[in-house]
Each structure stands twice: as structure tokens, then as C-alpha cells.
Design a binder for this molecule. Structure first.
Ligand SMILES: [Zn+2]
Length: 460
């Protein structure tokens, strides 16, 4: 089945030009002006619109047993929500408990996605325990096409690793050519601050941020960077929320540590006052690291524009307000951590980044797609528009105006953190390997088209 996208303004991380794109057998086969359209081809007129490479979200949770409950989305719902918002590739975190065997966890998580996803997907392998059994299984998982690990410095007792385990995980990663993504917060400091706040009767969601202040995150980053330096390992710091944490990473980079920095669309647009909303509504905005003081946002935007921060992800983790977030009434440490944002990332980044002049179009593509594809070994199959690349394309309508709302979203969760905010632009067509998946905000594609993406190590 052939697809022709005509007269669009093609934007990649480096280019900006008008041309037609011809796709056949799932990939882009020609790019040029005035391409013929043989009978039988699907033709899309993109005049007046942008054509972006499909966006890559390098940090999502779909199957997630966490804090006594499960995140709400399944691959059926999450992959459609991703596509409606222009994201065509998901990298999900596999988060086994310390008791689970890594290989069994890999099979379990992959089984939740195989044959059930509308978009392509791959995983970061959570290393939540390190011993010789885990080590040999991790090697096998890398052979099965996974080339990134995830470690948690927070959540000790659930996912978190101790320093000895961290040391050996980074050593193994270096020897295999695998990158280590990391959640950086000092777990012991968080535990002590939580205890103190609760003892003082400070139990509401507004105390979540004070229980893990900026310095606790910066310490976590510095800690990881010290360990990474010992092994010359490649690291990627997930969900960096604030200036001190970014500065800790940049200082390490300055002294030669191989590190990339991710921030989230939530940190760019929402701040800690959201978690202070009355009637427990603040719980909708509880995640870790927490939403911060607003003064950090300017710093994050500036460092995104300069490229010091490489990627904007979502850390999508949907928990209903009713019945799930409510588990933490009277004790903020029991509020399931997470904010759903998979569907809205690109529209928000476009509206508040490009349309405000903070980011140019090339940087939007780089931060939302290309950088993640390169860092995680998916480039140039994903992350760009070039002959031979997968025909994952987003025809983007900058004239669209709309409002974000739970009433119209595709994500399977009972609220939207951006409720009522306007968007100035949205995808009018999204394709998955040459097949139309979305038209004007509606999923119209093949719900089972998504494939598991194998990734090679040593791609740096
Ligand atoms: Zn996460």
C-alpha cells in the first residue's frame, strides 16, 4: 500500500523545506517535488501544514503495578492516545519487584504489548536487584534486543537498588554497551523527611514536594554521576525537574561523564501550586520528582532551547483520582505517584514552546523525537524523515485551536492535568509505517499494527 504526502513543510531536527513524501512497504522511499501519484495510492494534501517525523516518547509507564495498585492504561488505550497526540514510538519502563526474575518480567511486560499496540514500542529494562542470576538474565535480555537499563535511586524496598547494586549495574552496562537510565533522588533523605512531615501532622498532597526538595534530587544526580564516572558508563537522567538537578548533571558532563538529560512536559508547564489545590485535588499532581517552584521553568526552557537538556518525555503514569489517588487521603506518602500526559506532550510543547518563541521547529523535533531515537539506538529508523526511515509521519495543522479536556481525551484515566488549557495546533494525520492511524484527533488505524523494536547495544 502506497502513501503520498504532498506539499508539506518538512521539518526534521536539522532541515526545513517543502516537498512530497512517497512511502511504500512501510518506509519512506522518495522525497522530492511534484512526485506522481499512481492509482491506488493514498494521497494526503499537507499544503499549509508541517510534516514532522513521528514523535518518540522515551519514558512511559503502561503496565505498572505500583503502591498497591495498577496504572490505568493498557496498550490498547495508551497506544491510541499516543498516536492521537503524534507520538508513534513508545519506550516503556519494565519495573519488576525485587522478587521477580528479570527474564520473567521482560516476558510479562512484552506480553502486555505484543499484538495489542497500535504503535511501535520498546522497553528500558528495570534493574531492581543485582546478583549473579539477575546478571546472566540481563545479558540474555540485551541479546533479545533491549539496549537500555533503568535504575531507581528512590523507592528503596520496591524498585530501588543499593550502591553495590548500582556499581555492578553500571559496570555490566558499560561492558555490554548499554545505556543506563536513572531516577535520581536520595531515598534515605526522602524517607526521613516524609516521617518528619507526617509526625508534624502535615499529611496533605501539598507536602509531597517538601518531602523531596530540589536538593534531594540534585544529590541523587550527583551520586549517580560519581558512580557512572567510575565505569565511564553512558547514563540518561530521567525526569529532571529543577535547576539544581540539571546543574549537577551538567557539572558532571563538564568533567567528562557521558550523560544525557530528560525533562518532562509537566515540569515545563505545571508547578508545585497545582499540588496545593484544595479538596485533595492536589493529589492529581503528585509525582516524583515533584512539580517544582515556578522559577525553575525558565531555566528548563532555556536549557532545552540550547540543547543542554536533550529530550522532553512524559513519564506517563495514569492513576484515577477516584479510588486510586484517594488512597492517599490523610497520608500523602500513599498517593500513587504519577501524572498522565502521553496524549498531550507534543501539542503542549508546540503551543508553549514553538508558538511562544522559546523553541524553533527543529528543536521541537529534536527534543520530541530525534534525540531520543539517537540516544536509544532507534535512529535513523525512527526520529527523522529520510529515504529508508520508517514512514511514521505527523502532518501537523498549526491553524487548529482547541482545549484539552478529560471529556475528549483517549487516555483511560479520569482526569487530565492540563484540563482547560488551550492548544494551538494538533496532528491532522498520523501514520504508522505508511498506514494512516489518526485523522483530525480520531484514531482510525489498525489497533494491532505496533511492533516490538529490537535495538542493538553499542550504538553511541
Ligand atoms: Zn517513570
Amino acid at each position: 500500500m502506497a502513501l503520498l504526502i504532498r506539499n508539506g513543510r518538512i521539518i526534521t531536527a536539522t532541515d526545513d523545506y517543502v516537498a512530497d513524501i512517497w512511502c511504500e512497504d512501510q518506509v519512506i522511499t522518495r522525497i522530492g517535488r511534484n512526485l506522481d501519484s499512481p492509482a491506488g495510492a493514498t494521497v494526503i494534501d499537507a499544503a499549509g501544514k508541517y510534516v514532522f517525523p513521528g514523535f518518540v516518547d522515551p519514558h512511559v509507564h503502561i503496565y505498572l503495578p505500583f503502591m498497591g495498585t495498577y496504572a490505568k492504561d493498557t496498550y490498547e488505550t495508551a497506544s491510541k492516545a499516543a498516536l492521537v497526540g503524534g507520538t508513534t514510538t513508545l519506550i516503556e519502563m519494565i519495573c519488576p519487584s525485587r522478587q521477580e526474575e528479570p527474564l520473567a518480567a521482560f516476558e510479562l511486560w512484552k506480553g502486555k504489548a505484543d499484538g495489542k499496540s497500535a504503535c511501535d514500542f520498546t522497553f528500558h529494562m528495570g534493574v531492581t536487584r543485582y546478583d549473579s542470576a539477575a546478571e546472566s538474565q540481563l545479558k540474555e535480555i540485551v541479546r533479545a534486543g533491549l539496549s537500555s537499563f533503568k535504575v531507581f535511586l528512590a523507592y528503596k524496598g520496591a524498585f530501588g537498588v543499593d550502591d553495590t547494586e548500582l556499581y555492578h549495574t553500571l559496570k555490566l552496562a558499560k561492558s555490554l554497551g548499554v545505556i543506563v537510565t536513572a531516577h535520581c533522588e536520595n531515598a534515605e533523605l526522602v524517607a526521613e523527611l516524609q516521617k518528619q512531615l507526617l509526625a508534624d501532622g502535615k499529611t496533605g498532597p501539598e507536602y509531597h514536594e517538601p518531602s523531596r526538595p530540589e536538593a534531594v534530587e540534585a544529590e541523587g544526580v550527583h551520586h549517580l554521576m560519581t558512580f557512572a564516572q567510575m565505569h565511564d558508563a553512558h547514563c540518561y537522567i530521567v525526569h529532571t525537574s529543577c535547576e539544581p538537578a540539571v546543574r549537577a548533571a551538567l557539572a558532571a558532563k563538564q568533567r567528562g561523564v557521558k550523560v544525557w538529560i530528560e525533562t518532562l512536559i509537566q515540569y515545563l508547564l505545571l508547578d508545585k501550586t497545582y499540588a496545593e489545590r484544595p479538596d485533595f485535588e492536589g493529589s492529581k499532581f503528585v509525582m516524583s520528582p515533584p512539580l517544582r517552584d515556578k522559577r525553575n521553568q525558565r531555566f528548563l526552557w532555556d536549557n532545552l532551547a540550547s540543547g543542554a537538556i536533550s529530550t522532553v518525555a512524559t513519564d506517563h503514569a495514569p492513576f484515577d483520582f477516584k479510588g486510586q489517588k484517594e488512597m492517599g487521603r490523610g497520608d500523602f506518602t500513599k498517593i500513587p505517584n504519577g501524572i498522565p500526559s502521553l496524549e498531550d506532550r507534543i501539542n503542549m510543547l508546540y503551543t508553549h514552546g514553538v508558538n511562544t518563541g522559546r523553541l524553533d521547529l527543529n528543536r521541537l523535533v529534536r527534543a520530541g523525537s530525534t534525540a531520543a531515537a539517537k540516544i536509544f539506538g532507534l535512529f535513523p529508523r525512527k526520529g527523522t524523515i529520510a529515504v529508508g526511515s520508517d514512514a511514521d509521519l505527523v502532518v501537523y495543522d498549526p491553524a487548529y485551536r482547541g482545549t484539552v479536556s478529560v471529556r475528549t481525551q483517549t487516555m483511560a484515566v479520569d482526569y487530565n492535568p492540563f484540563e482547560g488549557m488551550t492548544i494551538e495546533g494538533r496532528p491532522s494525520v498520523v501514520t504508522v509505517r505508511g498506514q494512516v492511524a489518526v485523522k483530525d484527533g480520531r484514531f482510525v488505524g489498525d489497533p494491532k499494527r505496533g511492533q516490538y523494536l529490537k535495538r542493538e547495544p553499542n550504538h553511541f
